[in-house]
Design a protein around this ligand. Structure first.
Ligand SMILES: [Zn+2]
Length: 205
């Protein structure tokens, strides 16, 4: 893996400022990480505002979530670990809490959303045309990260191309090879899910 801890810290701080400017991380919500090697990552600590991150608010853990320094990791760190273990080629994970993701997943009762016919779908890896369907799973929100990760693992077995997932009434998890691409995936999905929410509102008026 080609990224130093120092570089990872700087990319995470910058991502936090950007996500805050978009309104995707209210209060202390969300967490962000970058893979450092085969079994470690830099990840935001628990309970801090992500728009004003400092280097001290980022820590190193292994992929069992065990801190490699004396700082407190968030419970959701385990979901980052699960994604890195599941997707060895992935280099960064962003977890956001936006209004569209929260409202839409409370309104839609299904266990997934299909995104179809949008030009922006071409942002997702391996997709050349807008003429495709992208399936974004929705998991029931839970504080039991082990059980949640088991559900994520099961969905990936069935749908290995899954580009992101949602937690109901909670937020979005997105990933890609590096932080720049992960930011593109988050921005594209937030746009697409906002479109879905606006469509739902129009259909109800
Ligand atoms: Zn969260």
């Amino acid at each position: 893996m080609g990224i130093s801890y120092k570089q990872a810290v700087s990319e995470i701080i910058e991502a936090g400022q950007w996500l805050d400017s978009k309104g995707f991380c209210p209060a202390t919500a969300g967490n962000y990480s970058i893979r450092l090697g085969a079994d470690d990552m830099a990840v935001t600590v628990s309970g801090v505002h992500k728009g004003y991150l400092t280097a001290e608010q980022i820590m190193r853990t292994d992929f069992s979530g065990k801190p490699m320094e004396n700082k407190k990791s968030s419970a959701e760190t385990l979901l980052h670990c699960g994604l890195y273990k599941l997707l060895p080629q992935m280099g960064a994970v962003l977890h956001t809490h936006s209004v569209p993701c929260t409202v839409l997943t409370r309104e839609i009762k299904a266990d997934h959303i299909i995104l179809e016919g949008y030009e922006l779908l071409k942002i997702f890896p391996g997709i050349q045309t807008h003429d495709v369907k992208i399936r974004i799973p929705i998991f029931e929100n839970s504080q039991d990260m082990v059980s949640l990760q088991a559900q994520v693992d099961a969905v990936f077995k069935k749908y290995p191309q899954t580009p992101a997932y949602l937690l109901r009434g909670h937020g979005l998890y997105a990933w890609a090879e590096d932080m720049t691409k992960t930011r593109h995936v988050v921005e594209a999905l937030e746009f697409l899910l906002s479109c879905e929410l606006e469509t739902l509102k129009l259909r109800r008026t």
